[in-house]
Design a binder for this molecule. Structure first.
Ligand SMILES: Nc1ncnc2c1ncn2[C@@H]1O[C@H](COP(=O)(O)OP(=O)(O)O)[C@@H](O)[C@H]1O
Ligand SMILES: [Mg+2]
Length: 251
């Protein structure tokens, strides 16, 4: 369990356009990091580049996890190493039922056999408000935003990754689901999972102590500020444009 993530002077491009322009970030085992920043500042790109999404080309710097340079490693191998990314817009996968999919994931990442995985999935899903018949629906097809987010979290809870990256798990989610989701994220973290949480709403973190959180703010493809959890309230109060006056001349 555990393992440090080191992101070093990371540059990443999409379709020839440079989006990340030198990101530095170190996440030690069990740490809780929050990434905030205006729309378009590169938060999702950072998450997807760490996870190894093929669309994002690393043009400089490197990503090290558990002492291994994973910069060029395919996404499924990064997942095997313990990196899990819950996507901002989970895809619809036609023809694959949730149960089969989760069983496959648990076989691949945890070496679990079908029956063992089945029991675990049924138990965990119930705890996260899924009815058994939901598990026989095709993945994400006809799911509401909140259901998709819960399904992502269900995956994370089943896998218990060493590093969990969440891209706006709070978007499009009702208050009840949001509180379930934040409780599950906090639980995973208490059990040792390192977390990188991209969010616009610091209030998703109800039960974490501010001193246990590191807050990063991104601007134009870089992390320009890093502070403790108390920074979240200040950001919500002042807004990014005002905050940027403290670091970057306010442009
Ligand atoms: N597939 C893409 N093709 C072209 N530009 C993209 C693509 N994905 C992201 N971008 C651009 O990269 C920048 C950063 O996007 P993103 O990482 O999604 O920001 P954030 O998540 O902080 O809102 C934006 O200017 C966005 O338009
Ligand atoms: Mg985004």
């Amino acid at each position: 369990m555990g393992g440090t993530l080191i992101v070093e002077d990371l540059h990443s491009s999409v379709e020839g356009k440079e989006i990340l322009r030198g990101v530095n970030l170190t996440v030690k085992p069990g740490e809780f990091h929050v990434v905030m920043g205006p729309n378009g500042s590169g938060k999702s790109t950072l998450a997807l580049t760490i996870a190894g999404h093929p669309k994002y080309e690393v043009t400089g710097g490197r990503i090290v996890f558990k002492g291994r340079d994973v910069t060029k490693m395919p996404p499924h191998e990064r997942a095997k190493l313990g990196i899990f990314l819950a996507f901002q817009q989970p895809h619809e996968v036609e023809g694959v039922r949730i149960m089969e999919f989760l069983q496959q994931v648990l076989a691949e990442l945890k070496g679990m056999d079908g029956a063992e995985a089945y029991d675990l999935i049924i138990r965990t899903a119930k705890d996260m408000w899924f009815r058994e018949e939901d598990l026989y629906r095709p993945i994400n097809v006809g799911f509401s935003g909140g259901e998709r987010k819960r399904l992502e979290l269900l995956q994370a809870v089943l896998i218990k990754p060493d590093l969990l990256i969440l891209d706006e798990p709070d978007s499009g989610v009702d208050v009840d689901s949001m509180s379930l989701i934040s409780r599950k994220i906090e639980q995973l973290n208490e059990e040792g999972t390192s977390v990188i949480l991209i969010t616009h709403y610091g209030r998703i973190l109800k039960h974490l102590e501010p001193e246990d959180i590191k807050v990063h703010v991104m601007k134009d493809g870089r992390i320009v500020m890093t502070r403790g959890g108390e920074f979240i309230d200040e950001i919500e109060r002042r807004g990014f444009q005002d905050i940027f006056k403290d670091c970057c001349g306010g442009d």
